[in-house]
Design a protein around this ligand. Structure first.
Ligand SMILES: O=C(O)CCC(=O)C(=O)O
Length: 256
């Protein structure tokens, strides 16, 4: 029986504790196969090795970021409904772009990404730029079968520590991306199959390492923002539930 496009109470509580939810096999059929064909074709025909660092810092296949076959992963799989359900009764801003991240098989000299939260003290941004959002959704298109195959690694529950860090020890414009105790962690690997989906709170620190397999690991990410994110962004760094009205009540001490 198809699963409902809402989160159960148990999943909501898990998101509050871990900052991460995983739905296995959510994307399937032609929505998945068309996206895999599109990105696979780009890797074969259009990938330019001279631009590897720029692709890794921002997005592979930047010319495809608004392609309907990629946006369909979010809009035609139930993910848009699940994203809206996490924020209700607030509403998400429309999602109009995909980010494609590939970890190429070892030997490609690809930049390794250390623990970070997106859009804060990014090496490729001005140090005072904040490019945050509310949560990220990642769809696995290929690879990730094992932890050393370029899997995303995340610190489960790390959003609590990062909120505390942003409230106390951090100033806008500093270079270091995470406190030392977070930077030192390996994180849990998202070992996954094509069509599996991860939903991760913006404050969950994550990293990616090398891919020792012979298969490119391909993820497509969608950044979801509360409709008023630009007004809330700074305070949301230290208040993880500011943008999630229903979860804020559930997260009060004594209720989870
Ligand atoms: O390659 C990945 O799965 C994650 C990339 C990442 O952390 C980022 O683009 O900020």
């Amino acid at each position: 029986m198809p699963r409902p496009m809402t989160w159960s109470d148990k999943e909501r509580r898990r998101f509050i504790n871990d900052g991460v939810l995983i739905r296995r096999g959510l994307v399937h059929g032609t929505v998945l196969s068309q996206a895999r064909t599109l990105v696979g074709g780009w890797l074969t025909e259009a990938y330019d090795p001279a631009r590897l660092t720029a692709y890794t810092e921002r997005s592979f296949a930047p010319e495809l970021e608004q392609h309907p076959d990629l946006l369909a992963l979010y809009q035609r799989s139930g993910l848009a409904e699940l994203a809206g359900d996490l924020l209700r009764p607030a509403r998400p801003a429309p999602v109009t772009r995909a980010q494609i991240q590939v970890r190429l098989p070892y030997g490609a000299q690809q930049l390794v990404k250390a623990m970070h939260v997106d859009g804060v003290s990014c090496p490729h941004l001005e140090s005072r730029d904040l490019r945050t959002f509310t949560f990220i959704v990642g769809v696995v298109l290929d690879g990730s079968a094992t932890a050393d195959a370029g899997a995303l690694h995340y610190v489960s529950g790390g959003h609590h520590r990062m909120a505390d860090y942003f409230a106390t020890d951090w100033v806008l414009g500093q270079a270091s991306q995470t406190p030392d105790d977070i930077a030192a962690q390996d994180g849990a690997a998202l070992t996954a199959e094509p069509g599996d989906v991860i939903v991760m709170h913006h404050l969950v620190p994550h990293r990616v390492g090398i891919n020792t397999s012979s298969t490119p690991r391909v993820m497509v990410y969608f950044r979801v923002s509360h409709a008023q994110h630009s007004d809330l962004a700074f305070r949301a760094l230290s208040d993880p539930w500011l943008e999630y009205p229903a979860l804020a009540a559930l997260a009060r001490p004594g209720t989870v």
